[in-house]
Design a protein around this ligand. Structure first.
Ligand SMILES: [Zn+2]
Length: 161
């Protein structure tokens, strides 16, 4: 079991955070941005960066090659739809994508928008962990969290119209 702290300070114990989210046991703050037959996308507001999205499979699998043919098609389709919405609705020019198979939870892709301020933490991939930690530790202000939630609403509308 894994103990997780929600953004509102409450803690819950779950076997797999991704399962808890895709089954609706844990509700992401700001809600689900889009749900398809096989995938579920939300923002983890623990990292308050406008437009950062986590796309998780509904099935508890670990590796890309565990995806069925129908899941693969759904995955690339919804990934590209979210990317397009980030561009058209939020003006996000570049995105970094991360996914590691040795995760404690299950198949999920981080879509991290690249903003100007992030270059203060380094040029490329090496800056991502410092950027995420900075966001979690220094950007949890009321104003910023409101902006992040506004972006979640914008993306949700764009993806479900
Ligand atoms: Zn799972």
């Amino acid at each position: 079991m894994k103990k997780i702290t929600l953004s509102n300070g409450e803690t819950v114990e779950v076997k797999c955070l991704s399962c808890a989210l895709t089954n609706g046991l844990v509700k992401p703050e700001g809600g689900v941005v889009i749900e398809t037959e096989h995938f579920h996308a939300h923002q983890d507001v623990a990292y308050p960066i406008r437009g950062l999205i986590i796309l998780a499979s509904k099935r508890h699998i670990k590796c890309l090659d565990d995806l069925t043919q129908s899941e693969r098609l759904d995955y690339i389709d919804v990934l590209a739809r979210i990317r397009k919405a980030q561009r058209t609705a939020l003006g996000i020019e570049h995105v970094y994508y991360f996914y590691n198979e040795d995760t404690t939870h299950h198949f999920h892709t981080w879509m991290v928008p690249r903003y100007e301020w992030m270059y203060n933490f380094g040029r490329s991939v090496e800056s991502v962990r410092p950027v995420l930690l900075h966001a979690r530790n220094e950007m949890n202000t009321k104003e910023n969290v409101e902006e992040v939630k506004e972006a979640i609403d914008i993306l949700t509308k764009e993806l479900n119209k």
